[in-house]
Design a protein around this ligand. Structure first.
Ligand code: FES
Ligand SMILES: [Fe+2]
Length: 353
């Protein structure tokens, strides 16, 4: 399916972010992951359970149920299930039918989110989760905070296209963090390798955008460089480096780095989950700065701009019966490489199958 080949949806034998751990409590949470309805909840010891989301008896959504210790009880006829998926109680009879069990999904906690594997459980190797220290999310030099969650009103690939396309920033986000309208845009430098795309984009001489002035305590010319790392198929981390610029000499001096952290997980064929956070390395004396930045009106407004673009393009795809004619530009190289990597992952799984 657009922008992938016909019949292709998403690579399944990979880890995806299912939720912020802060979203998961003793109140069950329903979330569809790659067309798998899943119910997530916290066990009494603080660990996590991820079970198929519908009761095998009559299909009632288990997220409507209650927790009895570590078991979840279906509110329709009271069947109970343990975190490993075993049915522990059928109130209306003494025996549990052999087939009466739920699928239990492998999960792993990293940084502030819970990763899930809905593919073949025998292949669920936690070493395949992106290295969060290398990605700077757990780097002690940075203070990073997550917590933004969106239900994306469009297919997941539109979000990957968006995040690999930094040329939209000065335009779509001109009223939020987009800076000076893009007069100084350079074409991104793009490299791709095994399961990743790295894209570098520079604004060599712009006025410091107002929200950065407030954060950095500086106003005047800056040189700004974004380096975007896409760890396919889920995680994007954009390193946003801001340097003070002396336009007369061209000399620069570091002011600080921001991290723009994004995870995109396919939900259904035309919806997705989007998890977003922010980090920074310039204010360790202000422990709440990341939090303030994350929850700022400006960040939420900017994310709304991306959601709106995604919803509108999804509408265009529907108008074109699932096929969208498009003219790709040089600046789309990173997005195209990202599409190819995802398609290659899907193809590799089809070959193995
Ligand atoms: S549908 Fe869940 S117990 Fe009957
Ligand atoms: Fe954007």
């Amino acid at each position: 399916m657009y922008p992938l080949e016909d019949g292709a949806f998403a690579p399944i034998n990979h880890w995806y972010v299912a939720a912020w751990t802060s979203e998961i409590s003793r109140t069950p949470l329903e979330r569809v992951i790659l067309d798998h309805p899943v119910v997530l909840y916290r066990k009494e010891d603080g660990g996590f359970a991820a079970l198929a989301g519908f009761c095998p008896h009559r299909g009632f959504p288990l997220a409507k149920g209650a927790l009895i210790g570590d078991d979840i009880e279906c509110p329709y006829h009271g069947l109970r299930f343990a975190p490993d998926g075993a049915c522990t109680l059928v109130p209306s009879q003494d025996t549990v039918p052999a087939a009466c069990r739920l699928r239990s999904y492998p999960v792993a906690e990293r940084w502030q989110w819970l990763w899930i594997w809905v593919g073949d459980p025998a292949l669920a190797d936690e070493a395949l989760i992106p290295d969060h220290l290398a990605a700077r999310l757990t780097d002690p030099e940075y203070r990073s905070a997550g917590g933004n969650y969106y239900e994306v009103p469009g297919r997941y690939m539109l979000m990957h296209d968006n995040l690999l396309d930094l040329n939209h920033v000065p335009f779509l986000h001109r009223n939020t963090f987009g800076g000076d309208g893009g007069g100084a845009i350079q074409l991104p430098e793009v490299t791709a390798g095994d399961g990743h795309v790295i894209c570098t984009f520079t604004q060599p001489n712009i006025e410091c955008p107002p929200f950065l002035c407030a954060l950095l305590g500086y106003s005047g010319p800056v040189s700004r460089k974004y380096t975007s790392y896409f760890h396919a198929p889920c995680l994007h981390v954009i390193l946003d480096s801001i340097e003070k610029l002396d336009p007369a000499t061209g000399q620069t001096a570091p002011l600080g780095n921001l991290l723009h952290i994004h995870a995109v997980t396919p939900a259904t064929h035309d919806t997705a989950h989007y998890f977003q956070g922010e980090g920074q390395n310039f204010s360790h004396s202000e422990p709440c700065l990341s939090e303030a930045f994350r929850s700022s009106e400006m960040v939420r407004a900017a994310l709304d701009e991306d959601m709106s673009a995604t919803r509108l393009i999804e509408r265009s795809i529907k108008v074109h019966q699932g096929r969208l004619p498009e003219i790709l530009l040089k600046a789309d190289k990173a997005a195209v490489l990202g599409r190819r990597i995802i398609q290659a992952m899907i193809d590799a799984e089809a070959e193995q199958a």
